[in-house]
Design a protein around this ligand. Structure first.
Ligand code: C5P
Length: 404
């Protein structure tokens, strides 16, 4: 079988990072680094107040571009930096967005370069508020934020926690890592808008008695990342999850189950209306034939458990008369290509995603191999959310091709 390295076509998104005057401006340097790492082209614009907290020299050094701070900059030939900059951007991100700057945006004031280019923009505006908790809760601020949301501005955060002033509450700017992820999510093409995706994730738990059970080491991280990536592409996502310690991605309809039998029932309820089924769950192959309702008492003699096979949920869905586009996962400890391809054929799947169990289970990183009729493709080692985004883009294109 032909094995090819998947080429990643990464579109360059051009973003203006606007920095306003607040102590959280120190996080903007890290944010800039992360945005550039995600292949974005970043132009920094700072207000005068921002320059009291972090220097344009730092931001120029990190971005490799001169930083704009002045509306009256004589070096701009047409004296229209606000138009030139906003036309050259796919989005403007203000991080941190101070209370004063949010008030200006809400009222359409334009008395410095950054506020003027926000008013002159023809691209989306994203703001990450950062301020003291009382300022955040102030009625005027809440009015201004509600106005920005009504105007179609995307508001990221703020977060709850300890503040630079020592007080604790809402108002902290989101961490740079989170903001960079949110901005990347914002730019994902809405390839699956209006489509319903059903995802199973995590392990299952098969009871032995009232307190004991059989499970496996699946963390659910890959399945949850896939649900997140599908949401970012505009899909409606139902996430059926075995027991995990993870928070469901915002916007997903979550259904919690314990056993494979419960997962099977929930999948049967939802599968009729879904367009794509992605079976990431590590479903237990066997369950205990007769779990005890009471805790089994310790005894000196051996105890034997009778195990009976669980239904194969994915095989059931894939063999429905009109199945959704089905994607399976296979975690193997050896001979990945051979075992994965054999599973793909026996379950009649257009796409099976293989990974090595020793790389995948519990870890934040993974490496995936996609097995399809056309051959196999590697998605090189990366964190699970990055891989999930690449995989979901691939699935969206395959789904489109299959449904045309
Ligand atoms: O366990 P196995 O390696 O066969 O799993 C391959 C695929 O089948 C996975 O996508 C898994 O979610 C699915 N599966 C299932 N029901 C089972 C066993 C596996 O849906 N009982």
């Amino acid at each position: 079988m032909e094995q090819t390295q998947t080429k990643r076509i990464v579109p360059v998104n051009r973003i203006i990072l606007g920095i306003t005057g607040g102590i959280a401006a120190y996080k903007a340097a890290e944010l800039l680094r992360l945005l550039i790492k995600q292949s974005m082209e970043v132009q920094v614009v700072m207000t005068e107040a921002a320059c009291h907290f972090i220097t344009p020299t730092t931001m120029q050094g990190l971005s490799g571009k001169p930083v704009f701070t002045d509306q009256w900059d004589a070096s701009v030939p047409n004296s229209m930096a606000h138009i030139n900059l906003s036309r050259a951007a796919d989005a403007i991100l203000i991080a941190p967005a101070s209370a004063d700057f949010i008030a200006k945006l809400a009222h359409g004031l334009a008395n410095d370069l950054l506020s003027t280019l926000c008013l002159a923009r023809n691209c989306p505006l994203i703001v990450a508020p950062a301020m003291n908790r009382e300022m955040w809760l102030n009625a005027a601020m809440q009015r201004n934020i509600a106005q920005l949301i009504a105007d179609g501005v995307q508001v990221l955060g703020p977060d709850n926690g300890v503040q630079a002033c020592g007080e604790e509450g809402m108002g902290r700017m989101l961490e740079a890592e989170q903001l960079a992820q949110d901005v990347l999510a914002f730019f994902q093409p809405k390839l699956l808008s209006g489509k319903k995706i059903l995802v199973t994730a995590g392990p299952t738990y098969e009871a032995i008695d009232a307190v004991r059970g059989i499970t496996n080491r699946s963390s659910g991280k890959m399945g949850y990342a896939i649900a997140q990536a599908a949401l970012e592409l505009g899909a409606e996502v139902t996430l059926v999850s075995g027991p995990t310690a993870l928070a469901k991605p915002q916007g997903a309809q979550g259904v919690d189950v314990q056993s494979a039998a419960q997962m099977f029932e929930v999948v049967k309820q939802h599968v009729g209306s879904c367009d794509i089924f992605i079976s990431v769950a590590a479903v237990a192959d066997y369950r205990v034939a007769q779990p005890s309702a009471q805790k089994i008492k310790k005894s000196v003699s051996n105890v034997a458990l009778e195990l009976v096979p669980n239904p194969d949920i994915l095989a059931y869905v894939a063999s429905l008369p009109k199945p959704p586009f089905c994607v399976g996962f296979a975690a193997e400890s050896e001979n990945l290509a051979e075992h994965a391809e054999q599973k793909r054929r026996s379950k009649k799947l257009p796409l099976l995603v293989g990974n090595l169990a020793q790389h995948a289970i519990g870890s934040d990183d993974n490496e995936l191999v996609l097995f399809e009729d056309s051959g196999s493709h590697i998605l090189p080692r990366a964190n699970k959310l990055t891989l999930a985004r690449q995989l979901m883009q691939h699935i969206a294109h395959r789904y489109k091709g299959a449904s045309n």
